[in-house]
Design a protein around this ligand. Structure first.
Ligand code: PGA
Length: 250
């Protein structure tokens, strides 16, 4: 695992976008796993800039998003469909036929989850999976206690996650209780992982992920087992790492 510590959020975002853009240039028909949340927004802004100013071409890229809330239609401003189109997809030349985001309104969620797994496999697997991290150690919506071998499925959201999300909804009862999420095993099958973290509120999560014991109670710790995982974070998120030596490149 490579831990890259950058000075601040913008620097982190540029580094992450560079990793993504290098892949797109090297393999124009690559498969990218995208994440939602506030952390990757700067990375997406930089990818949009690279598309506009340097002609970074996404027309052959296939995308798979990590998760989506159950019960929110794609048009809902808090849905991850809406998030991805507003913050990235509509600003780049991605082909919408190649975009995959879990269907929060699927009639048969179980069948949908099987289909999603098959779709990833048929696309040749995910080349690069972008990840955020929850303050409770979740990756995607794999909350503490998630099986480290899990596949795409429906998950009940953790109390902490619901509290974190409540700010986006007018009423508490509107905050989704369930999500469809790629499993930890699905994420680990990606050929490369790129985990982003910014700010002191993520410092403990990064410390656990990099230096803590691997445990399902902290799903992000499984990243230690991945063959090619890069954590790009800012100094605040890296502030609790105790083994900051040259192995953590900046
Ligand atoms: P954030 O969320 O980027 O909004 O902090 C990350 C996550 O919960 O996975």
């Amino acid at each position: 695992m490579l831990v890259v510590v950058k000075s601040d959020y913008d620097d982190m975002s540029r580094t992450a976008a560079q990793i993504v853009s290098e892949l797109v240039r090297k393999k124009p028909d690559c498969v990218i796993g995208f994440a939602t949340g506030s952390t990757p927004l700067g990375t997406y802004k930089e990818l949009i800039r690279l598309h506009r100013e340097e002609g970074l071409d996404f027309s052959k890229v296939t995308t798979f998003n990590l998760d989506e809330y159950v019960g929110l239609p794609p048009s809902h401003p808090q849905s991850y469909h809406y998030f991805m189109w507003e913050n990235l997809f509509k600003h780049i030349n991605v082909d919408k036929r190649f975009v995959h985001i879990p269907q929060g309104m699927a009639n048969d969620v179980e069948l949908f989850c099987e289909w999603y797994e098959e779709k990833i496999e048929k696309a040749g697997g995910i080349d690069l999976q972008i990840l955020g991290i929850g303050a409770n150690g979740h990756i995607a919506f794999n909350e503490p206690g998630s099986s480290l071998g899990s596949r795409t499925r429906i998950k009940t959201l953790d109390e902490l996650t619901k509290r974190d999300n409540a700010r986006f909804f007018e009423k508490d009862e509107e905050v989704p209780k369930y999500a469809i999420t790629m499993g930890v095993g699905t994420i680990m099958d990606a050929k490369e992982l790129l985990l982003l973290a910014s700010g002191s509120q993520k410092a403990d999560a990064i410390k656990q992920t990099v230096e803590g014991p691997i445990t399902a109670l902290y799903p992000a710790t499984i990243v230690q087992m991945h063959r090619k995982a890069t954590i790009v974070c800012d100094e605040d998120a890296a502030s609790l790492l105790t083994r900051k030596y040259s192995g953590y490149l900046s």
